[in-house]
Design a protein around this ligand. Sequence first.
Ligand code: AMP
Length: 452
Amino acid sequence: MALQAPEGTKDLLPDEAVYWTRFKAIATEIFGRYGYLPIETPVFEQTELFVRGIGEATDVVSKEMFTAISGENLKKLLDGGTVKAKSRLSLRPEGTAGVVRAVVQHDLVPQGAAPAKLLYAGPMFRAERPQKGRQRQFNQVGIECLGAEEPSVDAEGIIMLMRFYAAIGIPVEATRLLVNSMGCDVCRPAYRDAVKAFMDTHTDELCDECKRRAETNPLRAFDCKNPGCAAVMEGAPKITDHLCDDCREHYEAVKTYLTGAGLVFVEDPTLVRGLDYYTRTVFEVQVTEGMGSQNAIGGGGRYDKLAEEVGGRPTPGFGWALGYERCVLALEAAGHTLPAAQRCDVFVACVDDSVRAEAFSLVQALRDGGLVGEMDHQRRSLKSQFKLADKLGAHAVVVLGPDELAAGQVKVRDMQAHDEQMADLAALKTQLAACAVEGGAAALKDVLARLA
Ligand code: AMP
């Protein structure tokens, strides 16, 4: 049997690969208006970065990370040896830890500097059970803003994400924006203890995993999908009743900015998200219909302690990531189909082999002029060349025949108007070559109109 892509991965075939490129371009354009600049970090990092940054007790780190190991080190391990800590590597399960590591390593936020606003796009890897909308390799676009703790940073980050969804065609009415505050070092420990104490009074009703969570990470129980646990946790203390004054003020300011920008949101005091590094603002964007349980298309929050966790000086941060594949599913749920990637402006057809060299040179001139030009490379009949031109979506077909060519003439068929005209080859070449200067395919339409 022919080999298949690994389980939980997906090939982006040309239509979709072209769309992914466009998706990133729109992101770069929109987030660029808010001052965000691209950064590229490795797809693998020292495992310790994720353990320290994301948290050892999180599902992402304890169960879902893919280890990356060189052949040499794998052999060492299989022979019963050990490998140095710096050679213990993992594929990144998310982008924030790597970006924060890079900010610290390259001192991108020196004392007193403006915040570093960074944007990334690329694959993430999680060894989850694959299902629709949940892959083992998936693409994220994310932003991180380091060096500012003002609530305006959180608000503009959320606003620009919602603007992006609208720009790509996910209707705002089809989404739900959930927000919460997770508190800080001052107020969260007491809240954690309150949740743990509450869970201890309901131990018998909790699943084994949540019994463990009560000891290691009680807040994670809010994410448990077990209906029994969910029912119990509904009665748990709410973080919003336990915020310190500074956190409350911060949260209120974020909400005021969001409302001022016309965003509708739902406050969800049980929203804790799966990673340990969040402080204060957390949020998630869900699609309300058509996506089943994998309906989160983006989310993130503030992480004021993460830079210190990875060895840097205190540097507050805020960021989020959106899932590319889930956005495509959301677009499909909203009735959109991906545009076809294939485009052909002018197809040059040959009546027989004697004109192939001239066709080859004309196609080249078209491309040099900025048009998408194509010709037959399989010695097809003229009829089948027309079929191909049609399939490629060509606006025009230029037909080269030996007799016409001898008189310096070619036939031009406008594929939309179904109209054919004779044209002078030399003049046509000059006009087509000018298309790029005048504006590509749009200028081609003028050329065709002038012939008609
Ligand atoms: P997270 O880092 O878990 O907050 O993920 C941010 C976004 O990435 C989510 O809202 C999803 O859209 C997307 N995402 C996370 N995990 C997966 C996955 N396994 N497969 C596809 N998309 C994912």
